[in-house]
Design a protein. Structure first.
Length: 323
């Protein structure tokens, strides 16, 4: 992979009134990579994306895209980027190919018809070219919106949560579309709140939380940087009265989290065998019945947990309640 950086953010901050949505972030995206911004609801992902796209001005800091300043040269930036529109904003009464051609005309490309045929084939929508948007499935609409983000052969394509709301099959098919976009030479910057998506699809990711970037690297490197090799997970039928500190001090354990209900245990471990034996002994002592005892290799979820002290699933749920 090329190591030329194509997007640079330095000390970028964005406030909405008194609220700091993006808090002094630094970021570099390399040419030709799929770069993911991962974080729970409200982390500041969309705000960051919109500032890079030149749609929102930062309160402070600098952003450059392919050498252009995103604030003072926003017109130049917009010419060389593609932005995925939310499917709801697509014209419902035009066919897929008509919308593609319309966008081709907007961008002044030489043969909009041919480009429409070519791009619809690329996102596997040739058979739906004559369908209106409201006659397409959610996954097909998302693929169409990605095709629209490619009409002007952009240097960078920005996708804001491209797979949200899709079923697992449609998500995987969309991942392939994104991989094809990268293969064609376009740099992709996407946001997601799916850990597995960031892990499987992105070359590098920035994990955002509360307006800050708390880690940025390849998924592998982020996981390898954890002190644990694996995680021991268990659930119980009745809530346990063990403390997290107690579990974290079991042999091999490096960290432990018990969920709010007290029935789901998550113990990071550098020695799985020792930790499991100790956990079983503890359960035996306190007459606790463990169900679903398992050990798995560490994942990005564990990275988030280690960095924030919160479980990712719980921060998503908490946000949904307050949203
Ligand atoms: N126009 C606005 N006015 C006031 N606050 C805003 C505005 N847009 C976003 N915010 C706030 O800024 C924070 C970051 O929002 P942003 O949309 O960037 O988050 P996000 O990471 O994209 O979240 P999601 O995963 O839900 O899309 C949120 O707390 C949000 O409520
Ligand atoms: Mg968002």
């Amino acid at each position: 992979m090329s190591t030329t950086s194509i997007i640079q953010l330095a000390n970028v901050t964005k406030r909405y009134g008194d609220f700091i949505a993006v808090n002094g972030i630094d970021l570099e995206v390399q040419e030709g990579e799929i770069f993911g911004i991962l974080g729970p609801n409200g982390a500041g992902k969309t705000t960051t994306l919109e500032m890079i796209e030149g749609l929102r001005a930062p309160d402070s800091g600098t952003i450059t895209v392919a050498g252009f300043d995103a604030v003072n040269q926003a017109d130049e930036v917009r010419k060389i980027i593609g932005v995925q529109l939310q499917s709801t904003s697509l014209f419902p009464y035009l066919s897929a190919s008509e919308i593609m051609e319309l966008f081709g005309h907007f961008y002044g490309i030489s043969d909009p018809k041919r480009r429409a045929v070519e791009l619809l084939a690329n996102v596997d929508l040739s058979s739906k070219a004559g369908n209106r948007v409201d006659q397409m499935s959610g996954g097909q609409q998302q693929r169409l919106s990605i095709a629209l983000a490619l009409v002007n052969s952009p240097v960078v394509s920005f996708l804001d949560e491209p797979t949200t709301g899709l079923d697992p099959h449609a998500r995987r098919s969309l991942w392939q579309t994104v991989l094809d976009v990268r293969a064609s030479g376009t740099t992709v910057v996407l946001t997601t709140h799916y850990m597995d998506e960031a892990e499987s699809l992105c070359d590098r990711i920035a994990i955002m939380d509360g307006g800050r970037i708390i880690a940025c690297d390849t998924p592998d490197a982020l996981i390898r940087a954890l002190p644990q090799d694996a995680v021991v997970r268990a659930s119980t039928q009745v809530p346990v009265n063990w403390s997290q500190a107690e579990l974290a001090s079991l042999p091999g354990a490096t960290n432990a989290v018990i969920d709010a209900a007290g029935t789901s245990l998550n113990i990071a471990s550098a020695d799985v065998q020792a930790t499991i034996i100790a956990l079983l002994n503890l359960a035996e002592r306190d007459d606790i019945r463990l169900v679903d005892l398992a050990s798995t290799s560490a994942t990005l979820e564990d990275v988030f947990l280690a960095l924030t002290g919160r479980s990712y699933g719980e921060s998503e749920e908490a946000e949904e309640v307050t949203a």
